[in-house]
Design a protein around this ligand. Structure first.
Ligand code: KIV
Length: 265
């Protein structure tokens, strides 16, 4: 029988220096294709608000929508670890966080992801104490796009970088078992991964993190209007989607993706 990926598997991979591979997924068919190709974890990202619904940002996404897609992804997944995003303002109070995380776990998630720093410590501690594993998310946190004034690289000044390292350590201390780091300079991605015991998964954070995640639509080059610099279209060269996924997994494991052309200074 196939051995399921768990939080222990991911931690062990970091400890053994094995790169972790991840993709977003929103339905059973893609989840099954990615799972069979050997992906380690699948994220039902609130990016669904952009790539599925066509919105300009992730803010309109609801808990019920993430739960709907989580149920579908869970049905298509045998081996991979399944993480669901908590949408904008769905964890603004402890009570909301508990109720909404419970909805996502009941829909089939094995972990929930929240965006933000040490101000979430109490929420993270409360969720983990109640048996709900938490993934943090720092750097370009898309739910704060209007505060940032656009989708911009974060942590470029040494002051911002030091603050982000402190937030990352605080999230780990509060109980996070995984951290996503989005759009930060390569040197900062490496520094945060090296300073934490938990796995740090990068997207636009360079090759020094413990693993990589991409939005699936970017990995197969079909995102409407825009292809981020940090992504790569693996469907080129006549591959089908299964072969493209295997190629992505292989390049992350070999350390050839992301290259400098997909990273920020
Ligand atoms: O919503 C999402 O897809 C994400 C990834 C960009 C990591 O948070």
């Amino acid at each position: 029988m196939m051995k399921k990926v768990t939080t222990s598997t991911l931690l062990k991979m970091k400890q053994q220096g094995e790169k972790i591979t991840a993709l977003t997924a929103y339905d059973a068919s893609f989840a099954q294709t990615f799972d069979k190709a050997g992906i380690d974890f699948l994220l039902i990202g609130d990016s669904l608000g952009m790539v599925l619904q066509g919105n300009d940002d992730t803010l309109p996404v609801t808990v019920d929508e993430v739960a709907y897609h989580t149920r579908a992804v869970r049905k298509g997944t045998e081996r991979a670890f399944v993480v669901a995003d908590m949408p904008f303002m769905s964890y603004s109070t402890m009570e909301k966080a508990f109720d909404n995380a419970a909805t996502l776990m009941a829909a089939g998630a094995s972990m929930v992801k929240l965006e933000g720093g040490s101000w979430l410590n109490e929420t993270i501690q409360g969720l983990t104490e109640r048996g709900i594993p938490v993934c943090g998310h720092l750097g370009l946190t898309p739910q704060s796009v209007h505060k940032f004034g656009g989708f911009k690289i974060q942590g470029r000044s040494s002051q911002q970088a030091n603050l982000m390292v402190q937030h990352a350590n605080a999230l780990q201390e509060a109980g996070c078992q995984l951290l996503v780091l989005e759009c930060v300079p390569t040197s900062l991605g490496k520094m945060i991964a090296e300073s934490l015991d938990i796995p740090v998964i990068g997207i636009g954070a360079g090759g020094g993190t413990d693993g990589q995640i991409l939005v699936m639509h970017d990995m197969i080059g079909i995102s409407a209007n825009y292809m981020p610099k940090f992504s790569k279209n693996y469907l080129l060269d006549g591959r089908d989607i299964a072969a493209a996924t295997e190629c992505y997994i292989d390049e992350v494991r070999q350390g050839t993706f992301p290259g400098p052309e997909h990273s920020f200074e």
